[in-house]
Design a protein around this ligand. Structure first.
Ligand SMILES: Cc1cc2nc3c(=O)[nH]c(=O)nc-3n(C[C@H](O)[C@H](O)[C@H](O)COP(=O)(O)O)c2cc1C
Ligand code: SF4
Length: 400
């Protein structure tokens, strides 16, 4: 066993928070919040992760407001679920002493098919654009936020962060990537504004940095804030690696505790972060709406481009960010072998986030600690990912 193996599976500190090892469950929207309620299914999913030895689990898609949801089954941070959230974090920490719970704070911006909007009439992003995912819900066009909408959005980050801290979350991960709300502002492809929130990178970062500042004010200095950022949108006129490195520097300067580097966007290029088998077939299989099925068949080949799986597929670009920032670094993307975890440690990353490997085997950490040659078994078939909107949400069909 190498010293990097020991490093990975020994206690560490994220910001000022102690973790029992350096393995963190990546945010994977679970699809287990029927009518927005984080009930037993969600709890049981994360119980398996924390009892399997993972130092910190991340609850996926903690939307900052009701209209930040992609669909009406997602949960949003509000008083009505305070007791559910408190019960969930308390139980996860009771059942696995020392385990920590993070929540990924998100807002969909203009990428929504949620027909039950509460405050808005249609989804809003930085600039007016087609919202193909919302066409069936009668919202084919997304609008552009006014500065009052932007101020409101920042306030939702503040309020949601307070609620999350009060309900027992130990950390917050702000989603700056994958084509959702804040990432729509960062990307030159989707941000066509000509006010102080568009144009130069500094202007496009104004809202994301305001959101970070609001979260920091809500949780205080001693509370870890992670940020998941994009290395590239993977599309013409989108965010590219050189600019992404400057994004990382701005987030670092803005007070983020740790950065997680991903890439691609749900709206243009999702396979960039879901490397492996295509999602197209699985999504068509579970889609109930015939119009959506037809739409998926039509746009599928263009949307779900082929990116063959390889271990550590974001490593080289993530190293460029690592070299630019002072904050801690969390590696994500294709870390299925124990040897890959060691490589990430050797490359100087502080933590590693695992998504599919922990869906496949929630006990992966325990198994790896007992046997460094342990094989995780995830084939990157992405069938779990195609189940995010299926009844009951995600699981690994290979385990059944
Ligand atoms: C079922 C599923 C749901 C996901 N949902 C999210 C999400 O809500 N937020 C996010 O940032 N990434 C999401 N992802 C992407 C993962 O966090 C991660 O970036 C990706 O799976 C690559 O890591 P891995 O190779 O360890 O799986 C999801 C992935 C899967 C498989
Ligand atoms: S369905 Fe299972 S094997 Fe396939 S990608 Fe998901 S976790 Fe891995």
């Amino acid at each position: 066993m190498s010293s990097y193996f020991d490093k990975a599976f020994s206690p560490a500190t994220l910001g000022s928070m102690p973790l029992k090892n350096r393995i963190i469950k990546a945010a994977t929207y679970e699809g287990k919040t029927p009518d927005g309620i984080p009930g037993d299914d969600l709890l049981n999913f994360h119980k398996a992760i924390v009892t399997g030895g993972t130092a910190m689990t991340t609850i996926g898609y903690c939307t900052t407001e009701a209209d930040g949801r992609i669909n009406d089954q997602m949960m949003w941070m509000h008083e009505g679920i305070r007791d559910w959230l408190t019960g969930m974090t308390r139980e996860l920490k009771r059942i696995s002493p020392g385990a920590k719970v993070s929540g990924q704070m998100t807002h969909c911006g203009n990428f929504s098919k949620n027909a039950k909007l509460m405050r808005l009439k249609r989804p809003l992003g930085p600039s007016r654009r087609l919202n193909l995912i919302g066409a069936v819900a009668g919202m084919p066009i997304a609008g552009s936020m006014t500065t009052a909408d932007i101020d409101y959005l920042v306030q939702t980050y503040y309020d949601a962060a307070r609620l999350m801290k009060e309900t027992g979350f130990d950390a917050i991960e702000i989603h700056f990537s994958h084509g959702y709300g804040l990432s729509q502002f960062i990307s030159p492809k989707t941000n066509r504004r000509n006010d102080t929130y568009g144009g130069s990178l500094l202007n496009r970062m104004r809202l994301p940095l305001r959101a970070l500042d609001a979260v920091r004010k809500a949780v205080g200095d001693d509370f870890p804030i992670l940020g998941k950022m994009g290395l590239t949108d993977g599309i013409k006129h989108g965010l590219h690696i050189d600019e992404a490195i400057e994004v990382s520097a701005l987030l670092d300067k803005g007070g983020i505790d740790a950065l997680i580097c991903s890439g691609g966007t749900s709206s243009f290029n999702p396979m960039m972060y879901f490397r492996g088998d295509t999602l197209e077939k699985g999504l068509i299989e579970v889609e109930k709406n015939p119009l959506m099925r037809l739409g998926l068949k039509m746009i599928g080949p263009r949307l779900f481009r082929y990116y063959p799986y390889q271990e550590l597929y974001f490593l080289e670009d993530a190293k460029r960010v690592r070299d630019r920032v002072q904050c801690q670094m969390v590696y994500i993307g294709g870390c299925t072998d124990v040897q890959s975890i060691e490589t990430v440690m050797q490359e100087g990353f502080d933590f590693v986030q695992l998504g599919r490997p922990l869906i496949k085997d929630p006990d992966f950490v325990k198994h790896a600690m007992a046997d460094s040659d342990y094989k995780n078994g995830c084939t990157h078939c992405n069938r779990c990912a195609s189940l995010i909107e299926a009844p009951g949400g995600i699981y690994c069909p290979l385990n059944t």
